[in-house]
Structure formats: structure tokens, C-alpha cells
Design a protein around this ligand. Structure first.
Ligand code: GUN
Length: 304
């Protein structure tokens, strides 16, 4: 039986450490603060940002939720970012993505002070990460490393194969694995004979955003599988493709009309020595690492 890597438990441990650090900083007159900017009415974004704000409250971090209307212009958003960059009570700035199409997201992300870039999306932080300097790293890939390390999974000398090359997950995950002395291969939608490469993976990181894309024939028996995907499925035929015979999932699907599947087909997990489930794997770590980055930014900005 493969070991289940419990992201909820690892996230809880990180949150406890962050809360202790917030307490000690606050006692010294430094209360870390996060500004969360949520534009418009994307339902999923509302849920994510609410969780982030709630996490701040639970950990003693100050939070300011700013909700510009859907019609906000790029210029207005740039003005808001400039204000947040200047505010002393704000250590981290998070602009929830996606933004409305008429807003120039890249220009905005580039305008955030790298010192307050708790999402780690600014090119300065990407460059610092790449060149081995202290950096605020993107939260999801940072969470991937945390769950691997805290689960005692050796990375040095192992072949890590990352499927997906996004700026937010795939590329930074590869860089972080490289810093842990893994041998890293990055694959993507144009990779020729993908299964022949994923089958070489000791550590397989799936971050493609396609439900159940990694199938059993793509996995080396005994590999560790990290599934970063979060895909909502509502179609009965698709449900059956992944979860036929799974009573617990059946109950969820019948009750809610949908369920979540990762980028890995559930049958592929059976070959693994260890894997992160979806939900309850990498997902809970993203917010925990955002909290950790906010505290780190608060300390770095003060030279601590
Ligand atoms: N939208 C989906 N994931 C993220 C994230 O990690 N950060 C931000 N800012 N927006 C997102």
C-alpha cells in the first residue's frame, strides 16, 4: 500500500510554526500584514481569498481585503499597488488571479514591490530563486518541497520529473527541486514520448491542469507522486472514468453534482510508494506557505 502524504497535517504544522513566529514578532511591536486584492465576481476567487483572509485571522496576521469593482482600470490598480507598496502596515501584497481581461496583469504584478511579493510572481523574485539568492518563492511549489521534506522523502540525487512549465508552478517547482540536489526534467504539452520520461521519475510532479492526465503506464512502480492539479468534474462519464466503484466519491458526486480530481488518474497512485491525494494533498499547503511568506517578508523588510 502506498503512503498517503497528508497535506492537511503538514499545513497544520507549518501554520502552528507561523503562528508562534507572529506571536513573538507582535510582542516586539511588529505585526505582519497582508493585503488581499480581489477584483470582480469570480466565485472560485472569492472562496480562495476568503480562506486566505481567514487564515490570517487564525494566525494573528493583520489582513486588509480590498475589493475593486470588475470595471477597475489598469491605471487605478497601479495606483492601488503604489499605495500598498508604501504602507508600513502591509508586508505582503496578493492580487488574486485571474484578473478581468481588460486589466494588464503582468504590468500590475511587475509593479508590486519585490519585498512584498508574497506570491513570488515578480521577475525579481523569479530571478533570485533561479540564481540561488534569498527569494520569496511561489506558494504552491514551496508547499511541494515542504511536504516532501517533512515526509522524509529524499530528494538528493533523485530524478524529479515535473510535468507542466507554468511560471507559477512548473518552473519554480523545478528550480526548488534542483536546489535540493534532485536531477530535474521539465516536460510539457509538446514533449515527445512523455511516458518514456515520466517512467524514469523517482519523484513525479504533475502540474498540467488536465484531469487524470497521468495514467498508470506513465509511472515507475515505487515512485513518489505529487499531484498539484485541482480539476472540478461534473460529467457522469468522466466521473466513472476516474472513480467507478469508489463509494465515498460516489456519495460526494451524488450530493454535490461534482467532485475534484487531480492531474493524476487515481489508478496511477496504486503504483506509487507515496502520493499526495486530491483533495487534501498539496492544496492546503498553498495557503500555509502564503502565511509563511508574509511573515518572512515582514522580517526581511526589517532586516531581521
Ligand atoms: N489564483 C489561483 N492561484 C493563485 C495564487 O496562488 N495566487 C494568486 N494571486 N492568484 C491565484
Amino acid at each position: 500500500m502506498p503512503t498517503l502524504l497528508n497535506g492537511t497535517a503538514v499545513a497544520a504544522a507549518i501554520r502552528q510554526e507561523v503562528a508562534a513566529e507572529v506571536k513573538s514578532l507582535t510582542a516586539r511591536g511588529i505585526r505582519p500584514g497582508l493585503a488581499a486584492v480581489l477584483v470582480g465576481n469570480v466565485a472560485a476567487s472569492h472562496i480562495y481569498v476568503s480562506s486566505k483572509v481567514k487564515s490570517c485571522e487564525e494566525l494573528g496576521i493583520f489582513s486588509d481585503l480590498i475589493t475593486p469593482p470588475e470595471t477597475v482600470t489598469t491605471e487605478e490598480m497601479l495606483g492601488l499597488v503604489a499605495d500598498l507598496n508604501a504602507r508600513d502596515d502591509i508586508d505582503g501584497i496578493l492580487i488574486q488571479l485571474p484578473l478581468p481581461k481588460h486589466v494588464d496583469a503582468k504590468r500590475l504584478l511587475d509593479a508590486i514591490s519585490p519585498a512584498k511579493d508574497v506570491d513570488g510572481f515578480h521577475p525579481v523574485n523569479a530571478g533570485r530563486l533561479q540564481s540561488g539568492r534569498p527569494a520569496l518563492a511561489p506558494c504552491t511549489p514551496a508547499g511541494v518541497i515542504e511536504i516532501l521534506k517533512r515526509s522524509g522523502i529524499a530528494l538528493s540525487g533523485k530524478h524529479a520529473v515535473v510535468v507542466g512549465r507554468s511560471d507559477i508552478v512548473g518552473k519554480p517547482a523545478a528550480m526548488l527541486l534542483l536546489h535540493e540536489n534532485a536531477t530535474v526534467t521539465i516536460c510539457h504539452s509538446k514533449t515527445a514520448d512523455l511516458p518514456s520520461i515520466t517512467r524514469q521519475a523517482d519523484i513525479l510532479v504533475a502540474a498540467i491542469g488536465r484531469p487524470g492526465f497521468i495514467t498508470p503506464e506513465m509511472v515507475k512502480p515505487g515512485a513518489t507522486i505529487i499531484d498539484v492539479g485541482i480539476n472540478r468534474i461534473t460529467d457522469r462519464a468522466e466521473f466513472d472514468k476516474f472513480f467507478a466503484g469508489d463509494a465515498k466519491r460516489e456519495e460526494i458526486f451524488t450530493r454535490r453534482g461534482s467532485t475534484i480530481v487531480g492531474d493524476v488518474h487515481p489508478a496511477a497512485f496504486e503504483l506509487a510508494s507515496a502520493y499526495t491525494p486530491v483533495p487534501g494533498g498539496v492544496g492546503p499547503l498553498t495557503i500555509a506557505m502564503l502565511m509563511s511568506n508574509t511573515v518572512r517578508a515582514a522580517k526581511m523588510r526589517r532586516g531581521l
